[in-house]
Design a protein around this ligand. Structure first.
Ligand code: ADP
Ligand code: ZN
Ligand code: ZN
Length: 737
């Protein structure tokens, strides 16, 4: 047996492994991730290294290959834990060991650290308040926003001011010149609030919150480390529960990782953690350079911070004594990596927790079907919050409008009469409206505008999409049929591929409501650093009457003045062409509806749809999660979709179409109790001159599928047809391919 060893992981040596022979005496003991002593260099000096792979194949002449000297004794070091995690990721989600290592270990890069600055209020609060009301009178929105935040916080880190608060350099210079603020350097991680203030900020937990916190901490005290699912509507006080549990965990000398989808990582959320815990909090986000990320991780290793908040990648913070992992909004698609290795943060968090004796808390208002299924089966402990924690927050009124009826009544506008009426009402009252278009699934979907009928695959119950050659195709099984000219349901000729987008909605809104100020948010308007955050901040500050956008607008900020939410074609995402479509639609609608009426004013929601009787629309309108879940899990059970069964997508790609076809057709891996679907063309069959085909495997046990992955990898390695064909894996995919 041979071992591939990385001798130093504190530098960028991940690409370089050295192979050593495994002496017979050690063969039984060695596992991937273990630390060993090896002779190194010409002098054969003994140094330590990590085993990243064990194999039967020698990479070079064994006569010249050195032997591992011994196992390095002592406590399991962090590096070793990360390598075990990498090996878990590689085994369960595919990709190479190198890709997995690069995922879990940040690479050191010698970049000059950006200067850390913070902004301090430099005048008495009374004066600041007077200035604030002047700015407000003059409609100087950015100045007002900055002054208001400074009155609340007094010290704000520079990055938050320019990023999350969307304050330009011009405004900051003006404030400095006037002496309203002063800038201090290298003080970023200072505690922004005073000790006694922090005490006052602590809420007395209500009965439900207390119960949940006690459950988790009782287990913790007895050395029982579980995964908990907290299901509680937005505003029910989940974050307050996380804060309490984290506090208890910290008091035992352990650390915590808090995952939050990047888009929800707003100024408000971050401040809550800073205020409660002060300078032991660190934040990770995708805009940090590799070097900055590395620095953050070094601070964690040295014990300078105790809490890391961030998206998916914050999971790999090398805390010496990790005690808790919180995953907020656990249903979010962003927790699944879009690049190889396509790991899911929840799966990796559970493995990491098992390696460190840590607990995992998952939280959501609309738990993923997967997590809820596991919770109901006892794999997770289910804990619920049923009441809103703040007294004045009422749930919104929801109306469902039938778009078929609108067309029948001669309304060809994209806004129903009800929605138009309500928007005008809000414009009069100087309240804000959000218009949400459900863009996902628009691509190629064929639907009837008269009856709402959508053409589906007879084998998979997944909507067909139109392709260039006038044919309709199923992305799962490859079934094709000719494009229809009239609706098979009602005979109408108004059947075609759907079109539409935020820009079209914006234009329609400008025409319908000429007096309104309208902001649009989509991938075009949010380019650049913090683009989406800036638009949201501007809207939150009251700089527009209507915000038009896609899924992006339903997350993040609290908008006290938004009292109307319009969802334009709510059922479109039901036809996104994958088995999670209903789940995503339900979650989106519930979240979008939750945006209305966050302040004292009661909110209204208008859901426009063709298929108003679809259960995902109906249950979202009633905000009834359990009813949604019960129907959805029935469908998953009937069709053997996850979480009842497991699914592996294999994507074959090549620049050469013929080679691709030949290679895919040679794959003959079959197994008992495994269903194979395909191969067929990917939704994007040809993209960037690369051809793509997909193949699905379904099996009850996840391990069956990882076995198939291993076999397929080996098969592709040994088979010449695969020379110019790459193979990628996605376990329980979140999207259509
Ligand atoms: P969630 O995370 O479930 O959306 P939060 O923890 O953010 O809920 O709480 C929603 C609002 O209610 C916040 O403004 C929070 O400060 C407040 N809140 C939470 N718990 C309590 C409590 N026990 N007493 C009073 N207010 C609370
Ligand atoms: Zn029809
Ligand atoms: Zn099909």
């Amino acid at each position: 047996m041979y071992a591939d060893i990385i001798v130093d992981i504190s530098h960028d040596k991940l690409d370089k492994t050295f192979q050593y022979q495994v002496p017979a005496a050690l063969a039984e003991r060695l596992v991937v991730g273990m630390q060993v002593n090896v002779p190194f260099g010409r002098g054969n000096r003994l140094i330590t290294g990590y085993i990243v792979n064990l194999t039967d194949t020698a990479e070079f002449d064994t006569a010249r290959m050195k032997e591992i000297h011994s196992v390095a004794e002592g406590k399991v070091p962090i590096g070793s834990r990360m390598i075990r995690l990498a090996s878990f990721i590689r085994a369960n989600y595919g990709g190479s060991m190198n890709q997995a290592l690069k995922t879990v270990i940040p690479v050191k890069e010698s970049v000059k650290a950006r200067e850390k600055k913070s902004i301090h209020l430099n005048i008495p609060k009374e004066e600041a308040k007077q200035l604030l009301s002047e700015f407000e009178k003059k409609h100087a929105a950015a100045r007002a926003r900055l002054m208001k935040s400074l009155i609340e916080e007094e010290i704000i880190e520079y990055e938050l001011v320019t990023g999350k608060l969307n304050i330009s350099g011009v405004v900051l210079r003006y404030f400095e010149e006037q002496g309203f603020i002063r800038t201090e350097r290298e003080e970023l991680y200072r505690n922004p609030v005073k000790e006694q203030e922090r005490e006052e900020l602590r809420k007395t937990l209500n009965q439900e919150q207390r119960y949940i916190t006690d459950c988790i901490l009782d287990d913790y005290g007895r050395g029982v480390y579980k995964t908990y699912l907290i299901k509680g509507i937005t505003g029910s006080g989940k974050t307050e529960v996380y804060l309490s549990v984290i506090e208890a965990v910290l008091s035992q000398g352990k650390q915590a990782i808090v995952l939050i989808p990047e888009i929800s990582l707003t100024f408000q959320t971050v401040m809550r953690f800073y205020k409660r815990f002060g300078d032991v909090v660190a934040i990770m986000h995708s805009r940090l350079s590799k070097g900055e990320r590395y620095d953050q991780f070094e601070r964690a290793k040295k014990g300078l911070i105790q809490i890391m908040i961030g998206p998916r990648s914050a999971l790999f913070t090398p805390f010496p004594n990790l005690g808790l992992i919180v995953i907020d909004e656990e249903h979010e698609g962003a927790y699944k990596s879009e690049n190889v290795p396509r790991y899911h943060a929840v799966g990796v968090a559970k493995e990491l927790a098992a390696l460190c004796n840590a607990s995992v808390i998952l939280g959501s208002a609309t738990p993923s079907v997967d997590s809820y299924y596991r919770a109901l089966r006892g794999e997770y402990r289910l804990l619920t919050l049923n009441e809103r924690a703040a007294v004045d927050a009422a749930l919104p009124d929801v109306t469902v409008v039938d778009l078929k009826e609108e067309l029948k009544n001669g309304n060809r506008s994209i806004f129903s009469r009800k929605l138009q009426e309500l928007i005008k009402d809000r414009l009069r009252k100087k309240q804000q409206t959000m218009l949400f278009i459900n863009r996902r699934g628009y691509f190629g979907l064929i639907s009837c505008r008269s009856c709402g009928h959508v053409i589906k695959c007879p084998h998979c119950d997944i909507s067909l999409t139109s392709h260039k050659n006038n044919r309709l195709v199923c992305h799962y099984c490859g079934y094709t049929t000719a494009m229809v000219q009239t609706c098979p349901q009602c005979g109408s000729k108004y059947i075609s591929a759907l079109r539409g987008g935020t820009q079209m909605v914006e234009e329609a809104a400008v025409r319908a409501f000429p007096e309104a100020k309208i902001l649009r948010m989509d991938t075009d308007t949010t380019k650049g650093k913090d683009g989406h955050e800036k638009i949201l901040a501007a809207f939150a500050a009251g700089e527009a009457d209507i915000l038009v956008g896609t899924q992006m607008i339903v997350k993040g900020h609290d908008y006290a003045n938004v009292t109307l939410v319009g969802i334009l074609a709510a059922d479109i995402s039901l036809h996104a062409g994958d088995y999670r479509a209903a789940e995503r639609t339900f979650q989106l609608l519930t979240q979008a509806a939750g945006r209305a009426g966050r302040g004292s004013e009661r909110g209204e929601v208008v859901i426009q749809a063709y298929d108003t009787e679809n259960f995902a629309i109906e249950t979202a309108a009633k905000q009834d999660y359990d009813e949604f879940y019960n129907q959805e899990i029935l469908y998953r059970t009937l069709l053997d979709y996850p979480p009842v069964s497991n699914m592996l997508l294999v994507k074959f790609s090549s620049r050469y179409e013929e080679r691709l076809i030949k290679a895919v057709n040679t794959v003959k891996i079959t197994k008992e109790n495994v269903t194979i679907i395909g191969p067929c063309d990917a939704a994007l069959y040809k993209a960037d001159d690369i051809f793509n085909k997909v193949l699905y495997y379904k099996a009850e046990a996840y391990e069956t599928l990882t076995g198939i992955k291993d076999e397929l990898e080996q098969f592709a390695k040994d088979n010449d047809d695969f020379q110019y064909v790459s193979v990628q894996f996605d376990f329980n995919p979140m999207n259509a391919y």
